[in-house]
Design a protein around this ligand. Structure first.
Ligand code: SAM
Length: 240
């Protein structure tokens, strides 16, 4: 089993308790990060009919928000697609959206098979860190997005500065979170993976450079809650 397959297997195992663990571990704050990000992008599409792809959709938190918030901006959703390689996560998502016209694709992000220029918006929340084929995936996002379309990424980026808040976050992630996440999911290993996956990911500036190389112009890279989570909003400006 390669490292990507192991990651997907881990998400399969934690899928049934994923939503509960998420809310407990982030004290519910992740909901506000997601909402701010979704609203930021939807403002750009007010009074338009749009298609959205949520990559690494997991149990569907972002899909629910896209559907729930679009109306506030006068945006109509023509198509909404969730992509994830974990059957376990998709099973939970499919139950939630059985009657709401969401199409799900069981796939890694870089080989979803979605047609060229399909989407006005692609989102990926707390997913890109888990993607091994990151450069192929960013190129795939470029291919699937319409010219001028937007990519929204939410992620925990690697710490750049060492300060009190950073130290506190690192302590929480490495010492507290695996215990609580492990107790809820009975899969402690999966929650030990989280801090190491952040450490192995990029800092904000390096990720911005990768986005530029994939044909995107980064409009904003904004951190939330003292830099715990970062939102990247990038426009497709070059067709690769
Ligand atoms: C931390 S969860 C985030 C789920 C959801 N986006 C959310 O915000 O709750 C990470 C998700 O990434 C998925 N994933 C892992 N590797 C992936 C890949 N190469 N392509 C697409 N999704 C991937 C996992 O199956 C998992 O559902």
């Amino acid at each position: 089993m390669n490292s990507q397959e192991k990651i997907v297997e881990m998400f399969d195992k934690i899928a049934p308790s994923y939503d509960l663990a998420n809310r407990v571990l982030s004290f519910g704050i992740d909901k506000s990060w997601r909402k701010k990000a979704v609203d930021f992008v939807l403002k750009k599409f007010s009074n338009q009919t749009i298609s959205i792809v949520d990559m690494a959709c997991g149990t569907g938190d972002m899909i629910a928000l896209w559907q729930g918030r679009a109306g506030f901006f006068g945006a109509g959703i023509k198509d909404i697609v969730g992509v994830d390689p974990s059957s376990g996560m998709l099973e939970v998502a499919q139950k939630k959206f059985s009657k709401s016209g969401v199409r799900f694709i069981n796939s890694l992000a870089h080989e979803s098979g979605i047609e060229d220029d399909f989407a006005d918006i692609i989102s990926i929340s707390y997913g890109i860190r888990n993607v091994k084929e990151r450069s192929a995936t960013l190129l795939e996002f470029n291919r699937i997005l319409k010219p001028g379309g937007y990519l929204l990424v939410l992620e925990f980026t690697k710490r750049e500065k060492k300060g009190f808040i950073s130290a506190l976050r690192d302590f929480y992630l490495s010492k507290i979170l695996p215990k609580i996440g492990g107790a809820i999911s009975k899969q402690k290993e999966a929650y030990e993976y989280l801090p190491s996956s952040i450490e192995n990911f990029l800092d904000t500036d390096s990720f911005k450079t990768e986005l530029k190389e994939a044909g995107f112009q980064v409009e904003i890279a904004q951190s939330f809650s003292f830099g715990i989570s970062t939102m990247f909003v990038a426009k497709k400006v070059v067709q690769l």
